[in-house]
Unconditional design. Structure first.
Length: 185
């Protein structure tokens, strides 16, 4: 079992690395129009400002959740913080990729057709998907590895991982609701 922790951590970092490669490929596509570039920057700036405001508000929820869960067990509270952090980081990376990919997808559709546009859009979405999966794997593996060091041979400590899931899921829930409202506005 201990060999699974380093392998999971390496795979988590590999997934984040692949997401970075995809992101770099997206931003290297030149935006050929000053007007498109300006609109794209305004969309990106607005989305990032929204995300900053949303995460500032969620910090209060995270603090309350941590204080409640630490009453159950310190490890559950720490796992909650880890899950919330990983979810917020995945949302940040996904928002950056999506707002950079949108104008490039439109340009690809205009200049090269549906297949190229789908490819750009897919890579933009893949950054978020890889970030979620990789950060989740990395966070859980690191947390369980640390617990295995604190309590060697005690696999009952895995019950505290529920805090990680609760932190990640609650942030994702708020992000979907808030993000949906933001995009409709």
């Amino acid at each position: 079992m201990p060999l699974l922790f380093p392998i999971s951590i390496v795979l988590g970092f590999l997934g984040i690395g692949l997401a970075a490669v995809l992101y770099r490929g997206i931003v290297r596509i030149p935006v050929d129009s000053a007007q498109l570039r300006e609109v794209s920057e305004n969309i990106h700036d607005g989305a990032m400002l929204f995300l900053k405001r949303e995460y500032t508000i969620l910090a209060g929820f995270i603090l309350v959740g941590f204080l409640l869960l630490v009453q159950i067990h310190w490890a559950t509270g720490v796992a909650f913080l880890g899950g919330a952090f990983c979810s917020m980081l995945a949302g940040f990376l996904g928002m950056k990729a999506a707002t950079r990919a949108n104008v490039r997808t439109a340009m690809a559709a205009r200049d090269h057709g549906q297949a190229r546009a789908l490819s750009v859009a897919f890579r933009g979405g893949a950054v978020m998907g890889l970030s979620v999966a990789s950060l989740g794997l990395l966070g859980i593996a690191l947390f369980l590895w640390i617990l295995s060091i604190v309590k060697p041979g005690d696999f009952s400590a895995a019950i505290y991982i529920n805090g990680f899931a609760m932190g990640a899921s609650s942030i994702a829930l708020f992000a979907r609701v808030g993000g949906g409202i933001f995009t409709k506005a």
